[in-house]
Write a protein that binds this ligand. Structure first.
Ligand code: GLC
Length: 451
């Protein structure tokens, strides 16, 4: 009998603090599927028998894999952490596991790629996480015919008699144990995912989480031991199970109103999303979101109190797609000037969303501000106004100073701005005579007010 689980809010707040500060991370989906290059679900989508997948295992050479270059791009883009697929649903391991032969060390690559990833990203000062798939389409004890996701689902030639799920559960446990004991400090364990009865204790979740935390007391864990890209974990319902996640992880959608639990309290969350439409490298998917859009979506996440985990799917050789690099660099250019409106920032529940953009509030500055008697908001202007820019919710008397975040120059404000006299309850500032914003993507105005 395990000890009864008790949720410790203090401990929770402490371990998630860096994550709430960081706001922006890199998701990396990489594995054998990058060679067929039709996404990481290729085996399942095409109901591909394993024999047809094995050539990619014999071919995987990681010839252009340069984790230091990956880490530099991530850092330059302003990302604070990265999460790599140590094992995806296909069961292939990028790490040197002693419990399987289906691993990078047995491919022409011949190396432990997880270790190289961790070393490189840590060297750039980034936090590191590992994604581990709960599903496994390689393991003989994972259900085949009767499973709803397996490539051999519904195929009578792959019956499930004799498959021993307890044995798979032990395999999963042992592999995760390798990850949390052989690779130094991990900041995130990102499990993926639960579906139907494949959830919670089916994965042996309590024992698993206890083991993970015994080795990595500060690691934060996603909520997919009991949820998926949709649905909530038990923390949301106010009834945390021992394996409840530390954060909700909405996938390919930014929650319209952020995420609050059943009691209305804000939750820690991270929206993961792809740059194009695919996680794993997809050579035919050219539908990339422009950097301008991704910058605004990052701001949207932060303005709703969440993080953004933006994905890159390196190709079969290990190189980032050119388009992904361009996008990361463009985001980096904006972040270099404006990251103070992202890191440590969150929602501004006391102010309405302006029709020209969004607001993020400086969290750390808020706490510091309490002492100095000031607080800070960032007004993100996506779309210029005609005439002075209204700062609805801010009273004229409370304004201490207004600056352009990118270069710190003073933005005038005051009662005498033309056209504003009909709106005495609204503070305005003046962005100058040019109707075209200095930053057409998101021009950030830093507004400091008396607390
Ligand atoms: C999904 C998919 C998976 C992807 C993940 C990212 O659950 O199964 O391919 O890795 O989401 O969030």
């Amino acid at each position: 009998m395990m000890e009864e689980y008790r949720f410790n809010k203090q401990d929770y707040d402490r371990r998630t603090a860096w994550f709430r500060e960081a706001r922006f991370g890199l998701f990396l989906h990489w594995g054998l599927y990058a060679i067929p290059a039709r996404g990481e679900w290729v085996r399942s989508n095409e109901r591909m028998p394993e024999e047809e997948y094995m050539p990619f295992f014999r071919e995987f050479s990681a010839s252009r894999f340069d984790p230091k270059a990956w880490a530099r791009e991530a850092k330059n883009a302003g990302m604070k952490y990265a999460v790599l697929t140590a094992k995806h649903h296909d069961g292939f391991c990028l790490f040197d596991s002693k419990y399987t032969d289906f691993k990078a060390t047995n491919t022409p690559a011949g190396r432990d790629l997880v270790r190289e990833f961790l070393d490189a990203f840590r060297a750039e000062g980034l936090r590191v996480g590992l994604y581990y798939s709960l599903l496994d389409w390689h393991h003989p004890d994972y259900p085949h015919c009767s499973d709803s996701c397996h490539p051999m689902r519904g195929n009578e030639n792959y019956p499930d008699e004799g498959r021993d799920f307890a044995r798979y559960r032990e395999y999963l446990y042992r592999q995760v144990e390798e990850l949390v004991t052989n690779y130094g400090k991990l900041d995130i364990m990102w499990f993926d995912f639960s579906y139907g009865k494949m959830s919670g204790e089916m994965w042996g979740a309590e024992r698993l989480v206890n083991m993970v935390r015994s080795h990595q007391p500060d690691v934060i864990i996603d909520n997919r031991l009991e949820a998926s890209g949709e649905g909530h974990g038990s923390l949301y319902y106010g009834d945390p199970k021992p394996w409840h996640g530390d954060f909700e992880c909405p996938e390919q959608i930014i929650p319209p109103e952020g995420v609050t639990d059943v009691n209305g309290d804000p939750m820690v969350w991270e929206c993961c999303l792809t740059m194009n439409g695919s996680w794993g490298y997809n050579a035919a998917d050219h539908y990339f979101k422009p950097a301008s859009m991704l910058i605004r979506k990052l701001v949207e996440c932060v303005s709703k109190g969440g993080n953004m985990l933006l994905n890159v799917g390196p190709d079969g050789t290990g190189a980032f797609p050119d388009r992904s690099v361009e996008i990361l660099r463009e985001i980096g250019d904006w972040m270099k000037k404006n990251s103070a409106s992202i890191y440590g920032c969150g929602s501004a529940p006391d102010l309405p969303k302006p029709d020209y953009g969004r607001i993020t509030a400086a969290g750390a500055a808020l706490a510091a501000g309490a002492a100095s008697g000031e607080k800070k908001y960032f007004f993100h202007v996506f779309d210029n106004t005609v005439g002075p820019l209204p700062l609805i919710g801010i009273s004229r008397e409370s304004i201490v100073r207004i600056r352009a975040l990118s270069d710190g120059h003073e933005i005038p404000h005051g009662a005498d701005l033309w056209g504003t006299q009909n709106y005495p309850d609204i503070a305005f500032c003046d962005l100058g005579p040019d109707p075209v914003l200095p930053d057409p993507v998101d021009y950030v105005i830093e507004v400091t007010v008396k607390a």
